[in-house]
Design a protein. Sequence first.
Length: 478
Amino acid sequence: MTKLIFEKSKKGTEGINLTDETIDFSFINKKYLDDTTSSILPEVTELEVMRHYKELSDKNFCIEKGFYPLGSCTMKYNPKVNELLASLEGFTMLHPLQDDEDCQGALKLMYNLQLALKEITGMSAITLQPAAGAHGELCGMMIVKKYFESIGQKRKNVIIPDSAHGTNPASAAMCGFNIVEIKSNEKGMVDIEALKSALDDNTAAIMLTNPNTLGLFEENILEISELVHKAGGLLYYDGANMNAIMGHTNPKLMGFDIVHINLHKTFSTPHGGGGPGAGPVGTIDKLKDFLPVPVVEFDGNKYFRNYNLKNSIGKMKAFYGNFSVLIKAYAYILLMGNTLKDVSSNAVLNANYMMNKLKKHYLLPYNQKCMHEFVLSGEWQKEQGVNTLGIAKRLMDSNFHPPTVYFPLIVHEAIMIEPTESETKERLDEFINTMIEIADEIKSNPQQVLQHPINTPVKKVDETLAARHPDLAFKNCK
Ligand SMILES: *Cc1c(COP(=O)(O)O)cnc(C)c1O
């Protein structure tokens, strides 16, 4: 087992000499240089520090190490040139309080990114502030709330299908809305009759993901948007699945009023360790005055931050959002240009290819053409003695990150697979073959399968114990 860096510490060992007269350390506060403070820091050599962190990073699974078909998360290739551009000094050394005149380049980038996102979503105005998808949802629900206040209506209900991501009801609830859950129909889509009976003059909005979390495109989306609008409600689009539709259609054409986009998913920022991400929000024309301030605008001559929006909900984030993520998304969009449309075509093609190869071996509860992801059920395997968690753990020993499991909640033993566009056919086949092998192993020796993972840095863990008695503090480590 890897020791903690504190356990590797040996008194008197020096990595770097912070009191060295030949190096200018004047930028470090004196109090961090004195002995009493440094004694609480680990004392290791520079080489041992590097080894320590390399060893830790080797334990990690990442997209550079292998296939990462984590459904709904879009773990695609993030071009390295994005990082290079985001680390340009002109960006990294910029202070957020600098005057508009002194950061025209950065403002132009934000403005142009807004233009690109307007084009992709069909919306009229964009804020780049929210830090993630869930934060975008919160922003969107605050806009819904303030909009109805501004027209003097008290609408308290937000309708959400039972297939939705948990952040949807959480965001609406945080804004004080009541959640009205509607059941999906036998095709995995919004049940129109259930929707009709949920709609009334108390309906503020419906939150939808399209394609939904089953990877299915809502075939009645136009009827749905007409019904909601007729009842006086707004339509909120959870854009986590934007990777399926870019350039083919957009939320505006479907009738949505507010949209969030997860830049870290579709627009290639590495994610999975908790950020940073970005969840820009777009609105139709009649809601654009409600966006958080400032929005970046252009007067034909200069780019500037506009703080004067009549009905603005205020600020969602310190300054203007996670700027480095915005740079990466902009770089990616420029890099792809018109081929963003092919990204979605290929993501959808890859998912359908895998789904059709796997559906003989795993139950496919909604057997129809999918978009960029699909959801299998591990019920056949569970009957043979290995549940979906067991399948996920077994996959890790073949150098695959497990798919999303047990989500969406409406599929028992769900296995949600999103291959993305950036994988080769060979890699897809490798995963398919491994999944088939696992199904065969379960038939012949389920007990054996349940032993996995055995080759990973952390072996099979007792999940109950880990949840009930987490041992996270250094002082408790032996
Ligand atoms: C990822 C995801 C979210 C939340 O987005 P974050 O950026 O993780 O906050 C919301 N809805 C769906 C469908 C998602 O996949």
